[in-house]
Design a protein around this ligand. Sequence first.
Ligand code: G6P
Length: 308
Amino acid sequence: MSASASSPAAEEKQEAAPVTHCKGANDLDKVVLREVRGSSAEAIFKPPKAIRGGIPICFPQFSNFGNLEQHGFARNRIWTIDTDPPQFPVPTSNTAYVDLILKPTEEDLKIWPHSFEYRLRVALTPGGDLMLTSRIRNTNADGKSFSFTFAYHTYFKISDISEVRVEGLETLDYLDNLQDRSRFTEQGDAIVFESELDRIYLGTPSKIAIIDHEMKRTFVVRKGGLPDAVVWNPWDKKAKSMSDFGDDEYKRMVCVEAAAIEKPVTLKPGEEWTGKLELSAVPSSYYSGQLDPDRVIQDSSVPEDSIS
Ligand SMILES: O=P(O)(O)OC[C@H]1O[C@H](O)[C@H](O)[C@@H](O)[C@@H]1O
């Protein structure tokens, strides 16, 4: 799906849920791993399997935190354009956006017996920032609550994994997926990459920065309703084991995923949850060694209190 799509068109089926390409004014086209569908290296576009790259949606399960397929089924489903969405809680004036909706099929209900409506708004601001707003409602008629885990599995395109720092997660606790999800405390003043890394940071702030020194560009991730953040780079060995990923592609990508994992979200019938993600790209000189996200996002289109 292209996030540069504008207002809702006539009802039509979308090929896949994830944002796979986003051409923005301020370098946000670099958010994605692939330039266009499958043109780079080893990406495979074969529905119903999600393409690797972009922003796959992990719902109703992150990873193997449950009995469903890895990362849940939402990323592998056909979404529909929602031509008549209810009012969204984020300002969208002057933005180009598309509203998508996902409801469970009969098959989905067999593996996850809960009725839901998942509304996703994908919006691009005039400045090129990308905003994703997920609204998930429990529409169970049997009076039952349900719980889920969630992630925006965002792939960022970077110059060189060895040159990148992730700031905003220092001093936090994390679960290390490479060590049976044991709990550790981050000791570094930033995350740098020297080998495979796969961690779930807990209780994270609403802003995280991915600083690409070589490109002199910083991605700012802002999020709301999503307390956790997954940081992932497969490094060389795992890259080789993935059939839809080039052997060297790990050098040019990092995933920083706004998520709700440690404490699953529980919704009673009729209740709705909102999870927001906003991505900006700014020149790294704004950061130059000091993380001052307030400074770089002060012109953001989303007021601070609307995202947290
Ligand atoms: O290969 P996928 O199912 O898309 O998952 C890719 C990666 O997603 C997350 O980042 C997980 O923390 C990793 O453990 C996993 O390898």
